[in-house]
Design a protein around this ligand. Structure first.
Ligand SMILES: *[C@@H]1O[C@H](CO)[C@@H](O)[C@H](O)[C@H]1NC(C)=O
Ligand SMILES: *[C@@H]1O[C@H](CO)[C@@H](O)[C@H](O)[C@H]1NC(C)=O
Length: 427
């Protein structure tokens, strides 16, 4: 009775607030982050049982084949240029068929508010960068993924949660779990570790992509293509225990994706921001930090130093918001395959080197090579880009726009006929 009165009081005061969120009154209840399933996470994995398992709160069924799906969106781009983004976590049946929208009564809205109210704003922050809708409606996309797929997870049924769990806690758990899983699946880095980085022209075989990913994941994921370019990946799992806190057991994809066996493009996300965290699982002794990137559409106004720069990058030339080639290893502008640049230092002051040697500016000309005296550069954010600056100047220019095998020397400032900026893109 007391609890009810308190709740009524809280709801009343929340309603009076202009910032009313339907989730504000949940703090009397157990929040998602404090919930454990009480299930074993070491028993029989889903889809591997030989007799019926009755407790489907601790055994994911019938959707026991779980797919963590990721996008590589390039047209339009979504998310950071050096990370794939989350599509979802889908509970397929063991034979690959699936249910959808299993409980419309739990098609929650204001998931951002729900995550915040239940102590999962870290998850929300991550989703804001890595769980992107192609049309910019992230919240609607999250609602769709939850209601279509999340409500079909037997282990997230409301009756499986401890009594006193807050309303919507199982949805918060769903998002926490998806983010946790996604962070262990750094597709971009696994490909990059095998020398496979985005490009507008290079093509790959399915076998080479799959081999690189299998090296990272241990099993074979499925790759989907659109118009011959890879744009989605599915990592398959069985689950021991509950989606809340069970063990995801990786498995080979039971069916191949839609990519052809040869001629696959892995296109560049031109114009996307670079982040320094990505989904790295590399062991490192220093704490990783997220580079906050501004998401405005302005590209001509330089604002501030980014909080981080990549250590390996390609440098893209940007004219009127579009990429036109970039820098080769001697520091010239071309549309040929771009060189890898090594950045050493901080965003405010760093040096650049390539396979040819140090880079520097002398008499207004940028160059790299064994005889070049190294000079310091800085980075500034401009819209979604991290731009190279020499003496604070982000404009560079050349006599003409390169094409084919031509390369032009890069001058600092905008005095030559073709003016452009140089965008640092993590490689
Ligand atoms: C595994 O357990 C599920 C859930 O009880 C059941 O539907 C399925 O038939 C079982 N599989 C086998 C091979 O018995
Ligand atoms: C850089 O170039 C652009 C386009 O030519 C020009 O509008 C802008 O004023 C230049 N900025 C500086 C600082 O010279």
């Amino acid at each position: 009775m007391l609890a009810l009165t308190l709740l009524a009081g809280l709801v009343g005061s929340s309603l009076a607030s202009p910032f009313f969120s339907p989730w504000n009154s949940e703090e009397l209840f157990k929040r998602a982050a404090d919930i454990s399933s009480g299930c074993s996470s070491t028993g029989t994995a889903s889809c591997t049982n030989t007799t019926a398992v009755s407790n489907q709160c601790c055994f994911q069924a019938p959707g026991g084949q779980l797919l963590q799906t990721q996008f590589w969106d390039t047209s339009p781009t979504t998310g950071p240029s050096n990370s794939w983004t989350i599509h979802g976590l889908w509970p397929d049946h063991c034979d690959g068929t699936f249910d959808s929208t299993c409980d419309p009564s739990r098609a929650y809205t204001d998931l951002g508010g729900l995550l915040t109210a239940q102590g999962s704003s870290d998850t929300l922050d991550f989703m804001n960068t890595y769980w992107k809708d192609i049309d910019g409606s992230d919240e609607s996309f999250w609602e769709h993924e939850w209601s279509k797929h999340g409500t079909c997870m037997s282990t997230l049924d409301v009756k499986c949660l401890p009594s006193g769990s807050a309303k919507g806690a199982e949805a918060v758990i769903f998002f926490n779990t998806v983010v946790r899983l996604f962070k262990t699946l750094p597709t971009y880095e696994w490909l990059a570790d095998a020398g496979i980085t985005p490009s507008s022209s290079t093509t790959h075989t399915l076998a080479s992509l799959t081999a690189a990913l299998k090296k990272g994941y241990g099993f074979t994921p499925a790759l989907d293509c659109t118009s011959g370019a890879v744009n989605q990946i599915s990592y398959y799992y069985h689950l021991k225990g509950s989606v809340i806190d069970g063990t995801f057991v990786p498995i080979d994809a039971p069916i191949a994706g839609s990519c052809p066996s040869t001629g696959i493009k892995y296109l560049t996300k031109t114009g996307s921001p670079v982040t320094t965290t990505g989904t790295s699982t590399k062991t490192t002794t220093t704490k990783t930090t997220t580079t906050k990137t501004t998401t405005g559409t302005k590209t001509s106004t330089t604002t501030s130093a980014p909080t981080g720069i990549p250590t390996k990058a390609t440098i893209h030339a940007m004219q009127d918001g579009a990429q036109v080639g970039g820098l080769l290893s001697l520091g010239t502008w071309s549309t040929q395959t771009l060189a890898s640049y090594t950045l050493t230092g901080t965003a405010k002051s760093f040096t650049l080197t390539t396979s040819k040697g140090s880079c520097g500016v002398s008499s207004g000309v940028f160059a790299c090579g064994s005889g070049v005296t190294s000079t310091k550069f800085s980075a500034v954010t401009s819209g979604n880009l991290i731009l190279l600056a020499s003496d604070g100047e982000t404009n560079f220019s050349s006599d003409d726009v390169p094409s084919g095998s031509t390369a032009y020397s890069v001058n600092t400032g905008g005095d030559d006929s073709e003016v452009y900026t140089l965008s640092i893109v993590s490689a």
